[in-house]
Design a binder for this molecule. Structure first.
Ligand code: SF4
Length: 606
């Protein structure tokens, strides 16, 4: 059935090859698989390679692949995203909605695209990074500016030496890309571990080793997988216990734990190379829980080179947090925000709707609080209505009739509310987690619900003003009509200035300037008395360094102008220095703009 649909899709693409890329992407979205989901770009290309010259399709045309793969959306913000998953490992959380897939780090599902890539690469950071860079490069994307997004469970719960090794290997892969490839050596290493594990099967009965063969892993883990409805109220036989039981002992005995370690010095060596490498890490994102945030964990995260934190807050209602066994309260979220903001991190929040004990009204109230209350006010958001997954403890609640998924109308109400109640300084990066439909027991299976909600909002008098709704993308602009707009807002620890270059209602570039209220910084003494640039973002296609400048926003000097304005504002507010939370790969950029290196930040004397 899917085969017939994809042939129709390919014929349609062939017939419309002369149209704009955006039209072709829209055309692709018209076709759905039997389970209601869309074909991935990889599926389309793989099918095209196999079917070209048959089924009424003409001979293979490379332009067709190029047109589809050059999809502008992926690097529209000028940066190539590389998502990498950590290995399965115990998480301090016991959240009832969280999947318990023993083949995955906590909260991830083996069928998700990024997760599949991780499994095929032994969850190894070097292999995953190289693999993803190769894929992007093969699609014609520039990979000179890379944003590393590290996902999987709770980052800070992993052993420190593993964290350092993981990031070091990501940097090493970026540094070596297209110059040298140690991938084969690394694969051989894992194969050797696997062989040794196989030879000791007797000794390690009931233990597990994840190979790079998803099917094999699925078969060997099938009897061990958790059934969510059987997790008892004490959480017996939960993910953490089973991961410890199955994996940790062989990992130690085989020498994997030892292999997956590095020192700060080893990491710093790779970071130093990356500062001037052909491919640079211009952003590093780490995912953790609010109660894992304290001054020391922030110092470590920053030393790794992170610039943004993904923080799962899920709800701003203590009762809902308790009922869902989050293990922290709202006060902890407030404290985490205050500390992270003082350290200059961009705050990317996960907010959930439809949690156990929640209602649409409560979700709306909490979402509004996220921006009304000055203790929060995040920079970016992921809005994930709860999905019921077979391995999650929530199954037990569902079976007892204690939890129900929202209806289509309820989901539309809350998602539309979030779209229209997110202020102009925040970006909704994702709405609805892209969970493969076969993994969802009940509830919404439409991964394109954001489009549905956006279309709904457009039929009302309300407006969406979040950053994503206003990005310039490929739209042309009239240079003379560009204006600088400044939006000020208060947080518990700072006055925030959101500087943005806009053309009509579109945003071309922005800078987040933080003016701390206290002279002393609670986390880093080097930040005492300094104004802080938390982010600069200039939109435009990811043009390569040295490529010919064009009418794209990235070549209008917006970055330089925004920094100059930030310096002026900081001076007016009597700050004597302006600091920036630079990524490893943006240090040179700031040096060229007069900033000097501090310990973990860069400074401009005002
Ligand atoms: S903290 Fe995150 S990963 Fe851990 S159980 Fe809760 S939702 Fe899952």
């Amino acid at each position: 059935m899917n085969q017939k649909t994809i042939i129709k899709l390919l014929l349609d693409l062939e017939a419309n090859l002369q149209r704009k890329t955006e039209d072709l992407l829209r055309l692709i979205k018209k076709y759905r698989k039997t389970d209601g989901t869309h074909f991935s770009y990889t599926e389309i290309i793989e099918s095209y390679k196999q079917l070209a010259g048959t089924q009424g399709l003409s001979k293979f045309k490379p332009q067709l692949v190029e047109r589809i793969l050059m999809k502008p959306v992926r690097t529209i913000s000028g940066v190539a995203p590389v998502t990498v998953l950590t290995k399965p490992y115990p998480c301090p959380g016991k959240c009832i909605f969280c999947p318990n897939d023993l083949r995955m780090p906590k909260s991830y599902l083996a069928d998700e695209p990024g997760a599949q890539r991780a499994e095929k690469n032994y969850f190894d950071p070097y292999l995953q990074t190289t693999n993803r860079l190769e894929a992007l490069y093969a699609m014609g994307h520039s990979v000179e500016k890379v944003e590393l997004i590290i996902l999987g469970g709770t980052w800070t719960a992993y052993p420190k030496a593993y964290q350092i090794w993981f990031i070091k290997e990501c940097f090493r892969a970026i540094n070596q890309f297209r110059l040298k490839n140690d991938g084969l050596k690394i694969v051989e290493k894992y194969q050797k571990f696997q062989k040794q594990f196989g030879e000791n099967q007797k000794k390690w009965k009931n233990k597990a080793f994840l190979s790079n063969d998803a099917q094999k892993n699925k078969e060997s883990m099938v009897s061990l997988q958790i059934k969510g409805e059987q997790i008892d109220a004490q959480g017996k036989d939960n993910y953490n216990q089973l991961i410890t039981k199955y994996y940790l002992e062989p990992e130690k005995a085989l020498g994997i734990t030892e292999y997956q370690r590095a020192t700060w010095q080893e990491l710093e060596k790779e970071q130093h190379i990356n500062e001037t490498a052909p491919q640079r890490c211009v952003g590093l994102v780490i995912e953790t829980r609010p109660d894992e945030i304290d001054p020391q964990s922030i110092k470590d995260i920053r030393r790794l080179g992170a610039t943004k934190i993904q923080l799962g807050i899920q709800s701003l209602d203590d009762e809902i947090l308790r009922k869902n066994k989050r293990g922290h309260d709202v006060a902890t979220v407030r404290r985490a925000f205050a500390l992270l903001r003082q350290a200059g991190f961009k705050l990317h929040i996960h907010f959930m709707a439809n949690l156990y004990g929640g209602t649409v009204a409560k979700d709306k109230r909490d979402f509004a609080k996220l921006f009304k209350d000055q203790d929060f006010r995040p920079d970016e958001l992921k809005i994930y209505p709860c999905s019921l997954i077979e391995t999650a403890e929530l199954m037990r609640y569902y079976k007892k009739g204690l939890w129900q998924p929202y209806t289509h109308e309820e989901l539309l109400e809350i998602t539309s509310f979030t779209l229209t109640h997110t202020p102009e300084y925040c970006r909704i990066t994702r709405m609805i987690r892209d969970i493969p439909s076969q993994d969802i027991v009940v509830g919404n299976k439409k991964s394109n619900f954001r489009q549905i909600a956006e279309a709904h909002v457009k039929t009302t008098s309300q407006k969406m003003q979040d950053i994503r709704a206003r990005e310039i993308r490929n739209q042309k602009f009239e240079a003379k009509e560009i204006k600088l707009k400044i939006k000020s807002y208060q947080t518990q620890v700072s006055t925030e200035k959101f500087l943005q270059f806009v053309y009509q209602d579109k945003i071309l570039a922005f800078l987040r300037l933080s003016l701390p209220k206290a002279k002393r910084n609670e986390v880093f003494t080097e930040l005492d008395g300094a104004a802080m640039i938390r982010e600069i973002h200039v939109y435009g296609r990811s043009l390569g360094i040295g490529q010919k400048p064009s009418e794209k926003a990235q070549h209008f000097g917006f970055g330089r102008r925004l920094i100059a304005k930030a310096a002026t504002i900081s001076r007016q507010h009597k700050f004597q220095k302006l600091t920036v939370i630079s990524a490893i790969g943006t240090k040179e950029y700031y040096r060229q703009r007069g900033f000097s290196d501090g310990e973990l930040y860069q400074f401009l004397t005002l």
